[in-house]
Design a protein around this ligand. Structure first.
Ligand SMILES: Cc1ncc(C[n+]2csc(CCOP(=O)(O)OP(=O)(O)O)c2C)c(N)n1
Ligand SMILES: [Mg+2]
Length: 792
């Protein structure tokens, strides 16, 4: 983008004008963004907002980058991206401040749930259906855990490769334009120290997806300088071995200075075009950026940056450098710039004030309403007392909703004989009822695409129904599924070529193609991210964690990103991933874990299915594929070679989530469990039956959701005795089931003897069959606890 000031032809003059206008528009966006950062910080320091993190010092790179972000593209970024969002007009001053104020009505990205600078755009509509993602800018909802965005970005990019290779492109044209979409993934220099970053870069280099990684290098991660973060103090140097060469895979690496507008435009143009057309990932190391106001409102960078560094940052401020460049190249004048600067200041202040009014007015209205109720018809001494109690609330210039609850509740506590006490309580109860959903809705899908709305189709059996091994049931099913549903993709370690370690997909890659059923590296976290990004783009991935014990490697992504997505985007994004794994019982410390308490406590927002056999598992897959919620399904490791009768309608029948099944009726005691443990319980029940004790056995089938219709307490009403059994540690998921039934379902009212739990020992399971016997609940344990309870 060289400029020469000689005589121009008409044509040249026109195109020069257009160029100059677009450059000045970019500069204006950068100025607006800077002003937002300055005023935003002030809002926090004066107490109107709680916390602030801003994009100052990274404006110019982002106005340049936004030029190459096309409709249909995706962003998986972090909290410095406000300028990019302003440049795309995906954000503006008013919306930005609404989020800063945690305005549940007006924050368009998270409904007041996420901190500021955590953006999102609608991928799904109010019916839960996917929007046309091809004709809009797609901003995947941000998370705060550093580098968490990398693995999602990988998946969003990889989906483009799926679409490009799909045989069903026509059907999918609302989701992708032949896989031309690039995922722009931004990250700070320090966050590249995270494992997520390296795993994602390596995976991208192997799978070759259109992922554009932008490392914004400002030399610091809060206070820790880059030399303590990155080998050789430079991410581009450290990554040089990943560089794609002729005849190799890999990534293409660019370096560019973050204050150099012209070079940024040129570099991004080349790199983005390259990844869009070739699907080779690219990484831009954007260097020499600054943080004019330090990291966030939580500290001041003067504490850890030297005076020389702070001087350097002032000198190399990207906005300042662009301003100089505009003048040197005679694109504008000093006077025009001053006018622009004051105009921008005014615009941002007005936007901020508008957002504040939108936020505060309904709260102030509520205060008026509540105080009017408290004051109605009272006089004299009482009026004085009430006024005194209300004073602080009424005078508060920045009141919160919780101040209303506190003040009015205190008033009723201190003046129980206040004539309007009842009316005040009603007012507060109604306000709570009105407000709570703003903070709690959309944890799960609440549209007609909720998995809980899926209609239930019973399995059909007759004399012709086949009796086959569990793994054969799965294999038969997956074959039909991939054949009939073009959105389904299955992948994981050893899942492609050999068809998974238990042969659920055996032979299916050869039949359906390596694009649909494939192997991945040993990289659980990016397998999760890959699936997550695909699901966000409307595909239906079934991604495998080879053994339940290794879910831990992927748990951060599942817990922080997948499970929170629908909630943190306030319902505008969904990720109906299915994570398939196998566990509970096999051998030894690292192949027979059943950490279900950890799982259900960290994955609220996902459904957790724990089928006892493969037919149940298939019914659950069918259900999950019809809804739009994410789920984890754990098959029983010791169940693949057990014989099962396969329903004739294997591809259609569904298992309702949250509906336990009574698998043995009985009158003396209710035993509640799930998964592999049920077979131990059935064994115990037979021996107890010989002793004259009649057990009722209930399979909960899913832990999340749990027994929606309270079927278990209905059993307890009959037997008056209950045990919760599983293979988790003491106090794990057995304690969760206990709490659900005894507390939530009011089960304590029906107990003749104390309810009990039986679980594994505190330690990991020891190796071999005796290790299992002495570590996990066994038949004799169950018989002895049941006998004790019957004798009490
Ligand atoms: C997993 C995780 N660890 C720590 C933090 C706290 N934290 C937030 S930002 C940050 C520094 C990130 O620095 P960098 O990646 O260079 O981005 P910058 O803020 O400099 O743009 C840290 C440590 C976090 N959010 N997530
Ligand atoms: Mg940094």
């Amino acid at each position: 983008m060289e400029l020469h000031g000689d005589v121009l032809t008409n044509q040249e003059a026109l195109s020069f004008e257009a160029f100059r206008d677009s450059v000045l528009a970019d500069y204006r966006t950068a100025l607006i963004s800077r002003e937002v950062s300055l005023l935003g910080r002030r809002e926090v320091l004066t107490g109107k907002a709680k916390f602030g993190i801003f994009g100052d010092g990274k404006e110019i790179a982002q106005v340049a980058l936004a030029k190459f972000f096309q409709k249909g593209d995706f962003r998986s970024g972090y909290y410095r991206d406000q300028t990019f969002m302003f440049a795309l007009k995906e954000s503006n001053t008013v919306d930005y401040f609404s989020q800063l104020y945690a305005d549940v009505l007006n924050d368009p990205y998270s409904g007041g749930r996420n901190m500021n600078s955590h953006f999102a755009s609608p991928f799904v509509n109010e019916n839960g259906e996917w929007n046309d993602l091809v004709n809009r800018y797609n901003i995947s909802a941000d998370v705060a855990p550093t580098a968490g965005q990398m693995v999602r970005g990988l998946g969003l990019a990889f989906a483009s490769s799926c679409f490009r290779n799909s045989k069903h492109k026509k059907q999918l044209s609302h989701l992708s334009n032949n896989g031309n979409e690039v995922c722009f993934c931004t990250i700070g220099d320090a966050s590249t120290s995270e494992g997520q970053f390296w795993e994602a870069v390596n995976a991208a280099g192997v799978i070759q997806a259109p992922l554009a990684i932008l490392v914004y290098d400002d030399g610091y991660g809060i206070s820790v300088p880059i030399k303590l973060q990155t080998t050789k103090g430079s991410i581009s140097e450290a990554l040089s071995g990943f560089e794609k060469k002729e005849d190799t895979n890999g990534i293409k690496i660019f370096t560019v200075k973050g204050w150099d507008y012209a070079s940024l435009c040129e570099t991004f143009e080349e790199g983005i075009e390259f990844t869009r057309t070739t699907h080779t990932p690219v990484l831009f190391h954007v260097q020499e950026l600054t943080q004019p106001q330090g990291h966030s409102t939580s500290g001041s960078h003067e504490r850890y940056k030297s005076a020389e560094r702070l001087d350097w940052e002032r000198e190399w401020d990207c906005n300042k450098k662009m301003r100089e460049w505009l003048i040197v190249n005679e694109l504008t004048t000093e006077d025009a710039l001053q006018a622009l600067e004051s105009d921008v200041k005014k615009q941002v202040r007005l936007g901020k004030e508008e957002a504040w009014l939108k936020y505060i007015t309904p709260i102030k209205d509520k205060i008026k309403e509540g105080t009017a109720i408290a004051l109605e018809g009272i006089e004299g001494e009482t009026l004085n007392n009430v006024n005194q109690l209300l004073q602080e609330l009424v005078n508060n210039r920045e009141p919160l909703k919780r101040n209303i609850f506190r003040t009015l509740s205190t008033l009723v506590e201190q003046m129980p004989l206040h004539p309007n006490a009842k009316a005040i309580k009603t007012f507060l109860a109604n306000y709570l009822k009105e407000q709570q959903p703003f903070y709690s809705k959309h944890l799960y899908n609440q549209t007609q695409k909720s998995t809980l709305n899926v209609s239930i189709v019973d399995p059909i059996y007759d004399e012709s129904s086949k009796v086959i091994n569990g793994y054969e049931v799965l294999n038969f099913y997956f074959d039909q599924l991939v054949e009939t549903n073009p959105l389904v993709y299955a992948f994981g370690e050893d899942l492609g070529n050999i068809g998974d370690v238990n042969q659920g997909f055996a032979g299916l890659q050869a039949k359906h193609g390596v694009d649909r059923i494939f192997d991945t590296g040993i990289r659980e976290q990016t397998i999760m991210g890959q699936a997550h990004g695909m699901a966000m783009r409307g595909l239906r991935p079934i991604a495998e964690i080879q053994y339940l014990d290794y879910l831990l490697y992927g748990l951060q992504t599942l817990s922080d990103d997948v499970a929170t997505l629908h909630y943190r985007s306030n319902g505008i994004q969904s990720s109906p991933v299915i994570i398939r794994t196998r566990g509970h019982r096999l051998e030894g410390i690292f192949h027979s874990g059943s950490p279900m308490g950890m799982i259900i406590n960290s994955l609220r927002g996902m459904y957790v299915c724990v089928p006892r056999n493969m037919v149940q598992a298939v019914g659950m897959y069918n259900t999950l594929l019809k809804g739009n919620d994410p789920a984890l399904l754990i098959e029983c490791l010791n169940g693949y070679r057990l014989k099962e009768t396969m329903p004739n309608n294997i591809a259609e029948f569904t298992v309702a989530l949250g509906k336990p099944e009574v698998i043995k009726k009985g009158t003396d005691i209710t035993i509640v469990s799930y998964g592999s443990t049920l077979r131990i319980i059935q064994d115990a029940a037979e021996r107890l039956s010989a002793m004259g004790i009649d057990c009722e056995i209930i399979d909960v089938q899913t832990l999340l959701p749990f027994d929606i219709n309270h079927q278990i307490v209905a059993s307890l009403k009959k037997t008056n005795r209950i045990i919760f059994v599983d293979e988790d540690v003491p106090g794990g998921a057995s304690a969760y089931m206990y709490q659900q039934v005894i507390e939530n379902q009011g089960g304590y009212k029906w107990l003749d003897v104390a309810a009990r739990t039986i679980s594994s020992k505190d330690h990991r399971p020891a190796y071999a069959s005796d290790g299992d016997y002495f570590s996990k609940p066994n038949t004799e344990d169950i018989i002895s606890v049941v006998s004790e309870m019957m004798a009490e």
